[in-house]
Design a binder for this molecule. Sequence first.
Ligand SMILES: Cc1ncc(COP(=O)(O)O)c(C=O)c1O
Length: 395
Amino acid sequence: MKDMPPLAPAIEELEISRIAQVFEMGFGREKLIPLWVGEGDLPTPAFICDAATAAMRAGKTFYTQKCGIPELRQTIADYTNGLYGTDVAAERTVVTSSGMNGIMLVLQGILSPGDNVVVVSPVWPNIVSAIRIVGGVDKPVCLDPLPDGGFALDLERLAAAIDGRTRAIFIASPGNPTGWVMAADAQRQVLDLCRERDLWMLADEAYARFIYDGSAGNRSAAPSFLEVSVADDPLIVISTFSKTWAMTGWRMGWLTVPAMFSAVLDKLIEFNTSGAPHFLQYACITAIREGEPFVTEMVERCRRGGALVFDRLSALPGIRIAQPRGSFYAFFAVEGLQDSLAYAKRLLNETDVGLAPGSAFGPGGEGHLRLCFASSEEKLTQALDRLVPVLAKGV
Ligand SMILES: Cc1ncc(COP(=O)(O)O)c(C=O)c1O
């Protein structure tokens, strides 16, 4: 077959995700337990689906305001302010067609070719690819692994990574894949740095509701950059309906931005999606307004899943794993592991359990495996019964 005409170099160079490489090997296996992906095993609750169908039947099927229908923007602002005690105005919230779409829009808005983003790593690999697609450069700053299996961010190293072409700092907390949760004090310091150096702070808070340990006190969400910011700070918070309301397939999310940046997004959305699907926006209002009992149940389920995985894996001598703190992943180190992709494939072949290789998450990830524990205890127990004897033998 004749070669294709040339592609943009940045696209030609995009790597195939290492998670996808394991996924392709395992897809369709009869006994497969897939714990490699970033989603739970619960379908979207019926009351949210019903709201979408009702809106569709009621004729909510037209083009809408590019930044989202006013009712949804107001509902998101109310939800945010309820969670954090903030005073975010509806004009500062912008509805997007998923968290991923939100990230892409922001990067289109702030990066010119050759600009860089300092990215706290290990990180969800889509961030890195998104930066590269728009001609940017990612500058990873690794979290330091702690003896208890957790991670810590060295703020001095973060500041030292900034150079004349840096336009933004990207931090996901609670983190995917690490489960690391950033403390409010550190958020304050990083936001100060962004103010001083005229940088955007891109805060990915997709897993905001998934927190488990006592350090969070009675909070129902992880510390948010919004709590330490004022309205016109150079802060962009990325959020999604995917995880909290079990809506990964809906592709709905939102951004919280300084009001002036909403106008930039209004322009950009026109040329990307021209707005999120009309009837889905009504379902998102229902998800927020009526979804709290479901969210509580979902987070409790993850708490039980995380505890189960921690109990079984922390008992193994060659495994270093942290008590689950946030997000819904266990990111554990395996003693002597140097090629996590090959090892994830081996585990798949020997156990039919799908895990994500740590190297998929960039610098600082090698030597680890990621397991998503947003599943039933029954399924996790079955997976662990298969994994533990193999992991116990060592690499
Ligand atoms: C850290 C992080 N941010 C954002 C997203 C985006 O999710 P979505 O595009 O489904 O809204 C994900 C999904 O896995 C994620 O892990």
